[in-house]
Design a protein around this ligand. Structure first.
Ligand code: GAL
Length: 305
């Protein structure tokens, strides 16, 4: 797979899984992400580039290279009320899936928004199988009613607690809102990190006593510099460290934006979206290995994954 380009599934179709995550359930790899296979349009005063919501795609693989399309895990609903988070005219971004040990269900969270990004909620859906179909539960605001913009899910490998990590306060601050054991609601515990730093596209990883959080700046579809931050505990103390990227065009994250970190055979990888605002369905992907040297994180460009 050539990094920075569109990738094809086992049938030769474009992989539509943007702003996504790769994770393992029951020994199989799953890739969830935004299906952007629709016509580009521009909306609102700011003429924001978008496509109508198709839904959340699910792909499976045994080797991380051959991907099979399992269909839409969660579908947009053309017949839904225009105010429903499932209506094609809304925004359904950065979907992530987590398993609840307690209920035995798979829980999907996504950034549920209006086309002008003023709704800013967290959408939740539940399924019996990882590939779905997911049943929509609702769109929520975490405790303290912070807005939810770019987001990810993270399970603390130390204690098994899970968090919805999201940009809030119009992207000013990164919030860690703890999820209940059912993973469909919040416990009320909220940690605020990186106040006034305006970071988004969070991707988390724990290594050797430190939690690492890779984020981008907030420039819409345009690429900017990635930064990683570290903390010894999830409750407080996160500080920005440096740009982890090295190689050609490292200063704008190789023309991309972070979305998730997964681990395969003990090696962590950063997933990157290469957005094409004029033609979002042809946005490309990269998967780059992450290296650690002491407390330093490096993401070096590689032509292929
Ligand atoms: C970016 C964000 C993307 C998408 C885009 C829309 O800042 O990371 O997920 O929301 O803005 O312009």
């Amino acid at each position: 797979m050539k990094n920075g380009q569109c990738w094809l599934d086992d049938k030769g179709n474009l992989i539509q899984a943007h702003g996504g995550m790769i994770t393992q359930f029951n020994g199989k790899w799953y890739w969830f992400g935004e299906n952007k296979d629709a016509d580009n349009v521009r909306v609102g005063e700011k003429q924001l580039a978008r496509v109508d919501v198709v839904g959340v795609s699910c792909y499976t693989s045994d080797d991380l290279h051959t991907w099979h399309y399992e269909g839409l895990a969660l579908s947009a609903d053309k017949n839904a009320d225009p105010s429903s988070p499932l209506h094609p005219g809304r925004v359904m971004e950065r979907p992530k899936v987590i398993y609840s040990q307690k209920t035995g269900k798979y829980v999907m969270w996504f950034h549920a928004d209006s086309a002008d990004y003023t709704f800013a909620h967290a959408g939740c859906a539940v399924a019996d199988k990882p590939e779905g179909p997911y049943e929509f539960v609702g769109a929520f605001l975490p405790p303290e009613r912070r807005d939810v913009r770019d987001m990810t899910l993270y399970t603390d490998p130390q204690d098994g607690r899970a968090y919805l990590i999201h940009s809030g306060d119009w992207n000013k601050t990164l919030y860690f809102s703890e999820l209940s054991e059912e993973r469909t609601s919040f416990t009320g515990v909220v940690y605020a990190h990186l106040p006034n730093q305006e970071r988004e596209a969070p991707a988390m990883y724990y290594h050797d006593g430190l939690y690492y959080c890779v984020t981008s700046g907030c420039t819409g579809w345009a690429a900017n510099s990635a930064l990683y931050s570290t903390t010894r505990r999830l409750s407080s103390g996160m500080k920005l460290i440096d740009d982890p990227c090295e190689g050609p065009d490292a200063r704008n994250t190789f023309h991309g934006q972070s979305t998730y970190i997964f681990e395969a055979d003990g090696q962590p990888y950063l997933m990157i979206d290469h957005w094409k605002p004029q033609d979002l369905r042809h946005s490309g992907y990269s998967i780059l290995p992450i290296e650690f040297d002491g407390d330093r994180m490096t993401v070096r460009w590689a032509d292929e994954f």
